[in-house]
Design a protein around this ligand. Structure first.
Ligand SMILES: Cc1cc2nc3c(=O)[nH]c(=O)nc-3n(C[C@H](O)[C@H](O)[C@H](O)COP(=O)(O)OP(=O)(O)OC[C@H]3O[C@@H](n4cnc5c(N)ncnc54)[C@H](O)[C@@H]3O)c2cc1C
Length: 413
């Protein structure tokens, strides 16, 4: 079949990979040059441990407390926007214990499946993208967080995920080269990490060699629909016709879906990262500073710090105050690490595609027969990318999918 994938982030690229492997003719259309999306400078963590969706009890009160601090990790820009109000309403309705209980098994299955796909890719692809299985450390400094995280570890264990509560000295043993100042940590040995830009750049070249066509710097403007199929896609370059269309447009998906008459509530959750090159005494295990909500990932001899979640709409401005919040948190956890504030040109930003219930949208459209939706992976798109791509290829050939997709139904709002 001739298949058009709109969006060339990790979700679009992974879908293209598995569709190409299955023998289809694939074209990726992207408005940018594929280094502009969210899949490039993220923290690179592959985290099956993360089974609690963003919409969870306590998130709203925490969010409100953080809103009034300009260096805090979370911010919702107040705007007169119908989309934001609708999204906020669904978020509020989803932030319940019942939703967490229902979502955790679905997120776990998707993430474990995706990790298995990463293991296969690390073996099969003819290039190295820095895949390592060193687990994840969730580090805390306060008693309150310790209590919350111990509950989280129990919850993970109950769902069959290995999680160990470590004392400060046990944490330090895992980090022989960097002094760590924490009360303790939870260690998830089943997590992994990669260097995302190494994967994205090399996967693009590899897919080109395999015959995938890249139509970059091309904005999808509109669609011609005949009956219940997409007849053609109107872009700034030309019109395209495909047998099947995959919508993998990340944070932009709400607007693109609206042009198809579909409701896919989505908000962009902006985050920042910066990377220290050639760190002599580097961190070994990817870690999250829990109170500061900062992710730390070793990538070869460099070290990446990432964080913040600003619900600001599709907005590319950089708040150096929030970047300062990330920088200021570092000595609290790594007291001997000297990190100076990066210049604005060294700060990367990405827009996480956030659905209101914290679950991705994966599945066929019920209204448009030749459309498959794969978006809204929020904080876990890198983790769940290859798994989602493989599922898309299964959906297209109407195979039984490797993961039950009921929780990810794109028609749920
Ligand atoms: C600071 C930070 C750290 C993160 N860390 C992690 C992590 O450690 N682990 C993890 O799993 N996830 C992480 N994430 C989240 C992860 O990066 C995202 O979930 C993921 O990249 C989303 O991928 P995507 O393909 O859906 O979207 P994108 O990568 O944004 O791709 C969407 C593409 O669609 C294109 N597009 C949109 N509209 C149109 C249109 N109309 N026409 C043509 N093209 C269009 C865009 O140009 C873009 O290239 C992090 C995010 C941030 C910001």
């Amino acid at each position: 079949m001739k298949i058009g994938v709109i969006g060339g982030g990790i979700i679009g690229l992974s879908s293209a990979h598995y569709l190409n492997k299955a023998g289809h003719h694939v074209t990726i259309i992207d408005q940018g040059d594929l280094t502009m999306g969210c899949s490039f400078g993220n923290a690179g963590m592959i985290v099956p441990s993360h089974i609690i969706p963003l919409a969870a009890p306590g998130m709203i009160s925490k969010g409100i407390r953080w809103m009034f601090n300009s260096t805090s990790p979370f911010y919702v820009k107040p705007r007169l926007s119908g989309d934001l109000v609708k999204w906020g309403y669904h978020f509020y309705k989803s932030a319940t214990k019942e939703h967490v209980a229902k979502s955790a098994p679905a997120l776990k299955d998707l993430s474990l499946f995706s990790k298995a796909m990463y293991q296969q890719l690390a073996n099969d692809l003819p290039f190295d993208f820095g895949y390592h299985e060193r687990g994840l450390l969730m580090l805390y400094k306060t008693k309150e967080t310790e209590h919350e995280e111990a509950e989280m570890a129990t919850f993970a264990n109950q769902h069959g995920l290995e999680a160990h509560v470590l004392s400060a000295s046990e944490v330090q043993k895992l980090e022989p080269d960097v002094k760590v100042d924490v009360r303790g940590g939870i260690y998830f040995p089943g997590d992994a990490h990669i260097t995302p830009q190494l994967l994205v750049i090399q996967l693009i070249s590899y897919l080109k060699q395999q015959g995938v066509v890249f139509q970059t710097n091309t904005l999808v403007n509109d669609f011609i629909i005949e009956g219940d199929i997409i007849k053609s896609i109107n872009t700034t370059a030309k019109d395209f016709e495909f047998d099947e269309v995959i919508l993998a447009t990340g944070s932009w998906s709400g607007g693109v879906a609206a042009k198809l008459g579909l409701s896919i509530p989505m908000q962009a959750g902006k985050g920042y990262s910066f990377t220290l090159p050639q760190v002599e005494k580097n961190v070994r295990v990817p870690s999250i500073f829990l109170e500061a909500r900062v992710a730390v990932t070793p990538m070869g001899d460099s070290l990446r710090f990432g964080g913040t979640m600003e619900i600001t709409g599709v907005d590319h401005s950089i708040s150096m105050n929030r970047v300062k919040g990330i920088v200021d948190s570092i000595p609290n956890y790594y007291p001997e690490m000297k990190v100076i504030m990066p210049g604005i040109k060294d700060v990367w930003h990405g827009l996480r595609p956030c659905s209101p219930d914290g679950l991705p949208y994966i599945g066929k459209s019920s209204k448009i027969k030749n459309l498959t939706i794969a978006t809204g992976h929020s904080m876990m798109g890198l983790s769940q990318g290859p798994g989602t791509g493989k599922l898309v290829s299964e959906i297209i050939v109407q195979e039984k999918t490797s993961v039950n997709l009921d929780a990810f139904n794109p028609q749920r709002f």
